[in-house]
Design a binder for this molecule. Structure first.
Ligand code: ZN
Length: 235
């Protein structure tokens, strides 16, 4: 039996799934510009139409492929080829449009880096599993949200690895961007400054969680509560 999601209309677009439409609502709430299916490509002989191009024509443009479930190997291979072929970072994102983690702003520096004896190991489909290696304790209840693929030769050789890629509210430029573990890190708007200049201007960028700002939480709320008219398929 073949089963497929019903199209969802929002803002004049016909999204292939309600989940995609919810992420569009989310980005609109944050003032994040996006294009839906702006361009199809042939990647290694296979046609590929990526879902969103986010922050198009800016220094932080990225592809955002939305999946309802953990992506398969072929989907990851296409996204890798997309990033390599277009020179634009690509995410394959399967988390729900909900805050990806609790408030972690209470963590101290040493808890943030924290190592201990127990040992856990990463598995891509399920997150941390017990075994000897050393993620900090605060990460162990978290689940990976996405695969990220960067352009460039070095990234091309990197093994597929999922991670904690969260929407993050940059306090420096006001843009909502996807960043590792919701860390503000360095704002791309200040990439032209060297390390010392950035340290002087902003102080150390870690740890600095920004995945639960009021406007991000409001955007998640808007995305999950959005009501859409019924899609239809040609009738
Ligand atoms: Zn910024």
């Amino acid at each position: 039996m073949a089963i497929q999601p019903i199209e969802t209309r929002y803002k004049g677009h016909r999204f292939r799934s309600r989940l995609e439409a919810r992420w569009a609502v989310f980005m609109d709430h944050l003032g994040v510009p996006w294009q839906y299916e702006p361009q199809g490509y042939v990647v290694d002989g296979q046609p590929y139409l990526p879902d969103f191009l986010v922050w198009p024509d800016t220094d932080c443009a990225f592809w955002l492929e939305i999946k309802g479930t953990f992506p398969g190997k072929d989907e990851l291979t296409k996204a890798r080829g997309l990033a390599q072929g277009t020179g634009i970072t690509a995410y394959v994102y399967w988390a729900k449009p909900e805050p990806p983690a609790p408030d972690l702003s209470h963590l101290t520096d040493s808890e943030y880096c924290g190592f201990d004896e127990d040992g856990y190991v990463w598995t891509d489909d399920a997150g941390w599993r017990e075994y000897p290696t050393l993620p900090p304790a605060w990460q162990r209840d978290l689940w990976p949200t996405a695969f990220r693929f960067d352009p460039g030769e070095r990234a091309a050789k990197r093994k597929d690895k999922s991670g904690f890629w969260w929407w993050t509210d940059c306090p420096h430029c006001g843009r909502a961007l996807i960043k590792s573990q919701g860390q503000v890190g360095w704002c791309p708007a200040y990439d032209h400054l060297d390390w010392d200049a950035r340290m002087e201007k902003f102080g150390s960028p870690y740890p600095s969680f920004a995945h639960r700002s009021p406007r991000l939480l409001a955007a998640y709320q808007a995305a999950t509560s959005a009501r859409f008219e019924h899609g239809e398929s040609g009738a």
